[in-house]
Ligand binder design. Structure first.
Ligand code: BMA
Length: 336
């Protein structure tokens, strides 16, 4: 399958990057990662909490940065902007089979905080769900078959079931390349998942030609479930773009509105990206430049929506928008 080229993309004027960006950088973390990004963020027990991904190099082996070792860090905040990073990472998982966990996504359901995460294993990439009460320990509730990840949970049961968005990686049936779409499954208990449905395809999204998948866990509004997705375009004309030898992809964030009672029904979607890489920390100086990877969204009582995203796979950033503008963008866009 050949890729058509997408060309330049701009962020929506309804979204504002925070003046303090990046809100978390490797230098803010006392245990020395090379990259700090793709965080999950929630409001839990009166505080903002962030679980972020740390990637390390191994100087002894001459690996300066990339995805050599990964753990998950923890930070708390009173305002969602200034973060107190805890002195130790909160979780890592390495054993004979598991290589690392990464890309945490937080959803509060009732009194507990659930964390979806990606797991690299020696026998495939898996998606996991864990639960915690205090971020000092995590109980793993389920692990998917390979290859599935980017899972996010809805913050309440819908029609009696837990619901998640996810992005399986069906390489064989999609032309042997990235060509990945967003799916949805439900579960009676967070362990057994089924009723899987295709939700949003890469062909649906004008600013993607490579893959689309979940980003920030959905938030409830009176018009529907509002959620962010990642959209990826590949341009083979791109060369070295970051510390990596070659990086030809661009990641943007899109916004989607799902029906409250039946979230497998898309009721609105902005036709252009909400966030496209433009700021200095998104387009330069990172491991993989031109990456915006949304992982958290908080709807404040004022109507402000805080959007947390990893930038250039190297730092964590914040942007804000008003919920009414996001709903309007979705409802003005193409409705399925
Ligand atoms: C994906 C994941 C993300 C990462 C993105 C861009 O495949 O590994 O964690 O942010 O690529 O490199």
């Amino acid at each position: 399958m050949s890729h058509f080229t997408i060309g330049p993309l701009a962020s929506s004027p309804v979204v504002t990057r925070h003046a303090d960006n990046p809100i978390l950088s490797p230098g803010d973390v006392p245990y020395g990662p090379a990259m700090v990004f793709n965080a999950g963020v929630a409001k839990f027990k009166g505080k903002y909490v962030m679980v972020f991904r740390n990637d390390y190099g191994d100087e002894k082996k001459g690996i300066v940065a990339p995805h050599h070792t990964t753990n998950l860090g923890l930070a708390f905040s009173d305002d969602g902007i200034k973060w107190e990073v805890q002195p130790e990472p909160c979780w890592s998982w390495q054993d004979e089979e598991v290589i690392r966990v990464y890309d945490p996504r937080l959803t509060v359901i009732g009194e507990q905080c659930y964390m979806c995460f990606a797991v690299d294993t020696k026998h495939g990439l898996r998606g996991g769900i864990a639960v915690t009460e205090d971020f000092s320990s995590f109980k793993v509730l389920s692990l998917s078959l390979p290859d599935n990840r980017n899972m996010v949970l809805f913050p309440e049961r819908i029609g009696g079931s837990y619901v998640r968005l996810e992005r399986p990686m069906p390489v064989y049936s999609r032309g042997g390349k990235d060509r990945f779409d967003m799916w949805m499954s439900d579960s009676p208990d967070l362990k057994y998942w089924g009723n899987s449905k295709l939700l949003l395809t890469v062909e649906d999204v004008a600013f993607a030609n490579d893959k689309v998948g979940p980003g920030a866990p959905p938030v409830k509004t009176d018009k529907g479930w509002l959620t962010l997705f990642h959209a990826v375009d590949l341009d083979l004309g791109r060369g070295k773009n970051g510390w990596e030898d070659s990086w030809k992809k661009r990641y943007t964030a899109g916004v989607l509105l799902l029906d409250l009672a039946d979230p497998s029904r898309i009721i609105g979607r902005a036709s252009a990206p909400l966030l496209a890489p433009e700021a200095k920390y998104e387009i330069s100086g990172g491991f993989r430049n031109d990456v915006i990877f949304p992982g958290g969204m908080i709807l404040e009582a004022s109507g402000e929506v805080k959007i947390y995203y990893g930038a250039a796979d190297t730092v964590e950033c914040l942007a804000t928008a008003h919920v009414d503008d996001l709903l309007r963008l979705c409802l003005e866009g193409k409705i399925h």
